[in-house]
Design a protein around this ligand. Structure first.
Ligand code: NDP
Ligand SMILES: N[C@@H](CC=O)C(=O)O
Ligand code: NA
Length: 371
């Protein structure tokens, strides 16, 4: 039996998703002693601190305590120097970015050029200005490195990979549509269900639960503004050749309807945002009742109409028998790929589209592509 391939992993971001990713990685090593790969944690970083591991960490290692006790500040440049010193051209080294940071996203080209691979659920690098997406692709080519971002759309659900495969094998995508936000799916599946409740919860209370369950972005305003969906639509559009350079300003070029009441639009912290949201419950209730009175539900959807070149993130009403109404629950995403080959019936992917466990699984499965 060949000896397992050693893959070195440097993790940046150990919040909700990052901590679960580390737990899954350590458990992979523990359960897969005879498997094809060993995943060696070489460093862990938060926004403030970093720790490096000269030896692979054992499954029971209390990395949280070690990181909290570290007095070494984190910086991208020192991480890059440390990883370059480990000879990335001679082995597989991966930076796993589990942050939502724009700065970390902007550093991918430096890592990739140095031969260091990148895996991430962070949408920022692939959904902002087109120039960064182009720089990332060129840097990977120059450095002989690779990057994967499956968990940026639909969390662990296979969405990015299948779209790449459809395109690579010569299929023509005509339309992609669906429910792309786990948070907004959870909110509307509960606030505006196919079978109306006699005692409905308030809009703000459901948002708070979605946040507690770990579905929202670090700032839930990024979900309610539609920005998170617009980012996902940008990521997918850039994989469709005819749309690659359409969204030059990224998510900001997507026609997006926001659910954020005007007075809450510039609130900086997630805590303050959810504290003030109940002030607007009556407005949301009016919208819900109107739909319910027509036998309809409310859902937040995304559409990429390739032929029309139209990309939209918007609130829609559907009859209570529509698949977006009747077949979704929890934080489900559903994505329909209409293509030349899947012309009669679309290729459909559905399942939980948010939450730490399913997101970390998407990130770890990308890491395992390097085996
Ligand atoms: N929650 C979900 O269901 C899904 C999340 N994602 C994505 O996963 C990513 C992580 O989300 P989540 O775990 O909820 O976020 P959290 O806010 O829980 O954690 C973020 C982590 O990143 C660290 N961090 C932030 N900025 C920096 C920086 N500049 N340098 C180094 N570290 C930094 C934070 O450090 P500190 O603790 O010091 O602040 C923290 O450890 C996001 O990009 C999100 O969009 C994708 C799909 C689904
Ligand atoms: N906040 C996001 C998390 C996954 O991308 C969502 O709710 O879908
Ligand atoms: Na995915």
């Amino acid at each position: 039996m060949p000896s397992p391939k050693n893959i070195e992993v440097a993790v940046v971001g150990v919040g909700l998703v990052g901590a679960e990713f580390v737990a899954q990685l350590l458990s992979y090593n523990a359960k897969s002693a005879s498997s094809l790969a060993k995943l060696s944690l070489v460093s862990l970083s938060s926004s403030k601190r970093t720790i490096a591991f000269p030896e692979p960490a054992p499954p029971s290692y209390d990395w949280k305590a070690a990181l909290a006790a570290s007095s070494t500040p984190f910086s991208v440049s020192s991480l890059l120097d440390t990883l370059v010193d480990r000879n990335p051209k001679d082995k597989t080294i991966i930076v796993v970015d589990n942050t939502a940071s724009e700065d970390i996203a902007r550093s991918y080209p430096q890592f990739l050029k140095a031969g260091i691979n990148v895996v991430t659920p962070n949408k920022k690098a692939f959904s902002g200005d087109l120039s960064l997406s182009v720089d990332i692709a060129k840097s990977a080519e120059a450095g002989g490195s690779r990057y994967y971002n499956e968990a940026t759309v639909g969390a662990g659900l296979p969405v990015v990979g299948p779209l790449r495969d459809l395109v690579a094998t010569g299929d023509e995508v005509t339309k992609i549509e669906g429910v792309f936000s786990g948070t907004l799916s959870y909110i509307f599946n509960n606030y505006s269900p196919a079978t109306p409740s006699s005692n409905p919860s308030t809009f703000a209370s459901i948002v708070t639960i979605a946040r507690e369950k770990g579905y929202t972005e670090p700032h839930p305003g990024d979900d309610l503004s539609g920005t998170d969906v617009a980012r996902k639509l940008t990521i997918l559009s850039r994989l469709v050749p005819s749309l690659f350079d359409k969204l030059d300003r990224g998510y900001a070029s997507v026609a997006t309807s926001s659910l954020i009441p005007e007075p809450l639009q510039s609130i900086d912290t997630g805590d303050e945002f959810v504290r003030r949201l109940p002030e607007f419950d009556a407005e949301f209730e009016k919208m819900r009742k109107e739909a319910e009175g027509n036998g309809e539900v409310i859902r937040y959807v995304g559409v990429i109409d390739v032929a029309a070149g139209k990309i939209e993130a918007k609130l829609e009403r559907y009859s209570s028998t529509h698949p977006f109404a009747a077949s979704l629950s929890g934080a489900d995403n559903i994505v329909l790929f209409h293509t030349k080959r899947y012309a009669d019936r679309p290729l459909i992917v559905q399942g939980a589209g948010a939450g730490a466990a399913v997101t970390a699984m998407g990130v770890l499965s990308d890491v395992l592509r390097f085996v």
